[in-house]
Design a binder for this molecule. Sequence first.
Ligand code: FAD
Length: 391
Amino acid sequence: MRDVIIVGAGPGGSAAAKYLAEKGYDVALYEKRQEIGAPKRCAEGFSLAGAKEFNLDLPKNCIRQKINSSRVYSPNGNFVEINYEVDGGCILERKVFDKWLVEEAVRKGAKVQAKTTITGLLKENGKVVGVKGEFFGEKFEERCKMLIASDGIESKISRMAGLNTACNPNLVDSGVQFEMAGIDIEDQKKIYLYFGNEIAPGGYCWVFPKGKDIANVGIGVLGRNNLPAIKYLEKFIESKKELKKGSILEVNSGGIPVGGLLQKMTLDNFLVVGDAAHQVNPIHGGGLYEAQFAGRIAAEAVDEALKRGDTSEKQLSKYNKEWWEQRGNHLRNVEKLKEVFKKLSDEDLNFLSENLKGNNLADFCEGINLKFFGKLLMKRPHLIKFAKSLF
Ligand SMILES: Cc1cc2nc3c(=O)[nH]c(=O)nc-3n(C[C@H](O)[C@H](O)[C@H](O)COP(=O)(O)OP(=O)(O)OC[C@H]3O[C@@H](n4cnc5c(N)ncnc54)[C@H](O)[C@@H]3O)c2cc1C
């Protein structure tokens, strides 16, 4: 019997596997794709402070481009710039990064297997005690003391275990992206974000440089709209002479859970991390940091539970508590901001952009200093009712 089985080798699953293997547990990490990290479903933006926090000594080939600033456009074409500490962020090569994270878990002693789909769960007295899987058409069963679901937004494992983690479709961004080459980029160390109800309803378009003439050019739009996300992206690219001459090297798409944070992420012998638990920043849709963070604190909770020989839901609920204290409450504030954000007209967005100059927009994305934001909204009478939720 394994100590821990983990389903899904994205950043959340790899982080949990690495931390648990490091503590000496017998860990298996199963991934249904035949190549870990591919195809990518990501704009590949990651904070280097996050890498430092997780002690990731990123090999050079994981990083395509260091980033030192971002430019946020309002619908009227004005913009606000944010300068980070020197090279505060990067655009990863996720296919390399995801595989490297898994290699790190293997180095610590985890067993990893690609092209292995977990198709069902073994249960006794209603409790999860293992998995049923398939590798190259060959079926297998394996028992474990703990099961971690890190199977992404399409998560089925939680439902099989008996935990309802279904996403509310109104709280899911549709993301579509082209990796484009042969485009002009003003500054390859800057990321570019474009807001507006005509451009990207409830979301934004992005240009994340991966070099001097290559970038991830994408869009995330919230819920149902007049057009599918791909049409908004095509319109956006067509409107920019520096982009429309480019070639498309890759098409990436996927859903992004941008709300509906879960209070309960545990059952007896079971917990869920990452996108599968909606652990994503609701305002910008970034989940790389959140998945790894959750993987780490999930590993701490599992370690304590295994040491005590008690993997009951009650014991594991420490994970819920820790996550809410350290991340959930911040993200809940960001969720409130997102709620306001999706109700703003283009004129409101233009007003905000004018008045936010000189402020640290990154703080708002972390749910910090929302009072300032609320006070700004109070200056526009029709926004007072939304502003109140931010105090
Ligand atoms: C278009 C787009 C752009 C994005 N851009 C960014 C960005 O720039 N920065 C950022 O931080 N985040 C971004 N994100 C979000 C980020 O990609 C996710 O938050 C992150 O990958 C979540 O990691 P995870 O480990 O929870 O899940 P995932 O990375 O989705 O990994 C889940 C894994 O589980 C596997 N799996 C599923 N079911 C099974 C099964 N039954 N058996 C075995 N394996 C299974 C899947 O194949 C997958 O590999 C973006 C997302 C999208 C869609």
